[in-house]
Design a protein around this ligand. Structure first.
Ligand SMILES: O=C(O)C1=C[C@@H](OP(=O)(O)O)[C@@H](O)[C@H](O)C1
Ligand SMILES: C=C(OP(=O)(O)O)C(=O)O
Length: 451
């Protein structure tokens, strides 16, 4: 679904004593993959805890358009998949709305099929680079008809028989890694992805769970070699999606910053490829207790008790970026209230997200009186504990849900309120955000614009 609704501005006000015990909706990365792999596997897949955000729902619609049967019974999503290699040509363009993950992974999934598939998305997705996925697909024999600069809208047509490749991922991107592995599912022989910098490993783990012949070997330099044998059978699975650590970041940072807060967040995915923010906040002095750490469905999961804390600035090592890539906007907000400077480096990938997040964050901070410096791939934030004098600005969100939520969190702490120009995109990843934050005691108001 591409977003055509009118913008919905929102204003966050200084709040006190956030308190409560909450459960975060399902992880977005795992939810996309649950719909994709369930839709492709033979037999039945049952999913609980799925994130019902717009991004994931669009992936479900795409899988339906290619032959998967998807329905919901109570809280359980039930999928009858097509069987590996048996996706059908969709009758209409597949609309991925705002979702890079949905679009790029599906390009891998269907690109090698001898059929035409057209991909479209909203204004944000249509600006994002797709060449990073199209280039390896071209090597496998896929024909691409794309708008200027390998952007959406684009159409893929696979060869009669795709050629396996050995592909070294040139940037730290789980989406690129995943697209090539998924293309390998419909390719005879062994497709190899070489991953010099480890990124989230949900595709590898989940494909193994669905029965794919996939192996991972880490060489002496720490480089991962992921091999998948194509054209094997995938079998339907039962999946319980854990809570999203990227969504958790918003109530977590809010609880750290709003004086007197004490919030418990349940069932959070603690896969080490996703926990860079928690580590960084702990280094800044955050009071986060990791409780009831356990394994659920092959993933590390825990409950987090978060109490208001006085933070100090730190240097975040660039090699940590992949494990907290979507959390930099809200980390920058935390840094705005820390004692001293916080230095963030290795942020090149932030420029190609739903917005240019590096510039959107720096502009939003400056609009609210925070002293910061934006480099080509870095950000330095000079914090002001207590937030006195800060706020009062309006932030341009550029169709980016994480910019929207990050600056609402900021407004719970600043002396003057913070307004965002549009809160509509929050529904792509965290539809419950407003109600959940209000339930903790945060003060937000939204304004519906009338046409
Ligand atoms: O594979 C995934 O599910 C994702 C990978 C990351 O993107 P990149 O692969 O572009 O880093 C991340 O930013 C995105 O939110 C989800
Ligand atoms: C980058 C993100 O998602 P995507 O790439 O799927 O649009 C995100 O959710 O922050």
């Amino acid at each position: 679904m591409s977003h055509s609704a009118l913008p919905k501005p929102a204003t966050a006000h200084r709040s006190r004593d956030l308190a409560g015990d909450i459960r975060i909706p399902g992880d977005k990365s795992i939810s996309h993959r649950s719909f994709m792999f369930g839709g492709l596997a033979s037999g039945e897949t049952r999913i609980t805890g799925l994130l019902e955000g717009e991004d994931v729902i669009n992936t479900g619609r795409a899988m339906q358009a290619m032959g998967a049967n998807i329905r919901k019974d109570g809280a359980t999503w039930i999928i009858q998949g097509t069987g590996n290699g048996c996706l059908l040509q969709p009758e209409a363009p597949l609309d991925f709305g705002n979702a890079g993950t949905g679009a790029r992974l599906t390009m891998g999934l269907v690109g090698t099929y001898d059929m035409e598939t057209t991909f479209i998305g909203d204004a944000s997705l249509s600006k994002r680079p797709m060449g990073r996925v199209l280039n390896p697909l071209r090597e496998m024999g896929v024909q691409v008809k794309a708008a200027e600069g390998d952007r959406l809208p684009l159409t893929l047509h696979g060869p009669k028989v795709a050629a396996p490749v050995i592909y070294r991922v040139p940037m730290a991107s789980a989406q690129v890694k995943s697209a090539v592995l998924l293309a390998g599912l419909n390719t005879p022989g062994i497709t190899t992805v070489i991953e010099p910098v480890m990124t989230r490993d949900h595709t590898e783990k989940m494909l193994q769970g669905f029965g794919a012949d996939l192996t991972v070997e880490t060489d002496r330099e720490g480089v991962r070699h992921i091999r998948i044998v194509g054209q094997g059978e995938l079998k339907g699975q039962t999946i319980d999606v854990p809570g999203d650590p990227s969504s958790t970041a918003f109530p977590l940072v809010a609880a750290l910053l709003v004086p007197g807060s004490d919030v418990t967040i349940r069932n959070v995915l603690m896969n080490p490829t996703r926990t860079g923010l928690i580590l960084t906040l702990q280094e800044m002095g955050a009071n986060i207790d990791i409780l009831n750490a356990r394994l659920a469905g092959g993933e590390d999961v825990a409950d987090l008790r978060v109490r208001a804390s006085e933070l100090k600035g730190v240097s975040v090592p660039p090699e940590r970026a992949p494990s907290m890539i979507d959390e930099y906007p809200v980390l920058a907000v935390a840094a705005a209230f820390a004692e001293g400077d916080t230095v963030m480096e290795g942020l090149d990938e932030l420029r190609v997200k739903e917005s240019d997040r590096l510039s959107a964050v720096a502009s939003g901070l400056k609009a609210n009186g925070v002293d910061c410096t934006e480099g080509e791939a870095s950000l330095v934030v000079r914090g002001k504990p207590g937030g006195l004098g800060l706020g009062g600005g309006t932030v341009e969100t550029h169709l980016d849900h994480r910019i929207a939520m990050s600056f609402l969190v900021m407004g719970f702490v600043t002396e003057k309120p913070v307004t965002i120009d549009d809160s509509a995109m929050i529904a792509t990843s965290f539809p419950e955000f407003m109600d959940l934050m209000a339930g903790l005691g945060a003060r937000i108001e939204t304004v519906e614009k009338v046409a």
